[in-house]
Write a new protein. Structure first.
Length: 306
């Protein structure tokens, strides 16, 4: 039996003037007074902007994403107890989100914090996702995911202080909009941007473009040779929404013909299509423990049979 636990993959192959956020920021900082464009405004952008500043970059840093949403910050709060019986059916996404917003508002009216509600929902998120119809999942990914991500995946308070200082100083600019065109030059690029809500184009001369646009989750685009070969040979397939490997409720890979494997299992980020919350260490630890119990039971049964 073979458990697979693949880590995150970069979202794309990058060539100049693009660089990845995992590189030493000193490699981005050839012109300390130049403008640097960061694609994405999530936690990876936050790390990249702070790393640039601490590496001595003095020029403007422009962070671009479709909505310009920044992650919220952590606070020390008590988790709100949310019982399974309290949860509405996730079959209708709008109704479920309405309940969640109302629950957060009620918590805040009592002097609490919305973070308590998001944290209280965490033990139920896998069950909610698994009960959600495919169309509701698609709508969540298309419309609600950015807001979920900034409330669920938050900055540490000390990181919030640093990023706020960069923003208030004017060095960091958060820009909602779309990247239209990149014209590479010897010392960087001229980029065309359409700000959100505008028909006009804006142009920037930048020395680097740091891609913080997220991670590859579609196994059909995987650069991992093992995952690519499993898909090519039909032992695995992408889920219907293209956000991970198709697995059953026991983490068994589903092959190209729709059969669950008895030998190959996936845990971690590549199983998020079935479980959603499967990228953080606590979630992966629970998956691994559940799979270990299953494999141990199967081994005991096989031993008795012989």
């Amino acid at each position: 039996m073979t458990p697979i636990c693949c880590g995150h993959e970069p979202s794309e192959h990058l060539a100049a003037p693009f660089v990845g956020p995992w590189r030493d920021p000193r490699a981005w900082n050839g012109a300390p007074d130049s403008t640097i464009l960061i694609l994405g405004t999530g936690l990876t952008m936050v790390d990249a902007a702070i790393s640039l500043s601490e590496a001595g970059h003095r020029g403007p840093i422009v962070a671009l994403s479709r909505r310009g949403l920044l992650p919220q910050a952590h606070r020390r709060v008590e988790t709100a107890p949310i019982a399974q019986t309290e949860l509405p059916s996730p079959a209708k996404l709008a109704a479920f989100l309405h309940w969640l917003r109302a629950r957060a508002r009620n918590e805040m009216r009592r002097g609490g914090d919305w973070r308590s509600v998001i944290d209280g929902l965490r033990p139920h998120t896998q069950a909610i996702w698994r009960a959600m119809p495919s169309e509701s999942r698609r709508r969540f990914l298309e419309h609600a995911r950015p807001w979920w991500d900034i409330h669920r995946h938050r900055m540490a308070p000390e990181i919030e202080t640093k990023i706020r200082a960069l923003h208030e100083s004017g060095q960091l600019r958060i820009l909602p909009g779309r990247l239209l065109e990149v014209n590479a030059k010897r010392d960087g690029a001229n980029v065309s941007i359409r700000p959100r809500g505008s028909d006009a184009e804006a142009h920037l001369d930048v020395s680097r473009i740091v891609s913080c646009r997220g991670l590859t989750s579609d196994p059909r685009r995987s650069s991992n040779p093992l995952v690519a070969q499993l898909v090519a040979d039909g032992y695995a397939r992408a889920d219907a929404l293209g956000i991970g490997l198709d697995v059953d409720n026991d983490c068994a890979l589903v092959d190209a013909s729709g059969r669950a494997s008895e030998r190959i299992f996936a845990v971690g980020p590549m199983s998020q299509a079935a479980f959603w919350e499967s990228i953080a260490v606590p979630d992966i630890r629970l998956q691994a423990a559940s799979l270990a119990r299953r494999l141990t039971e199967q081994a005991h049964l096989a031993a008795r049979a012989t």
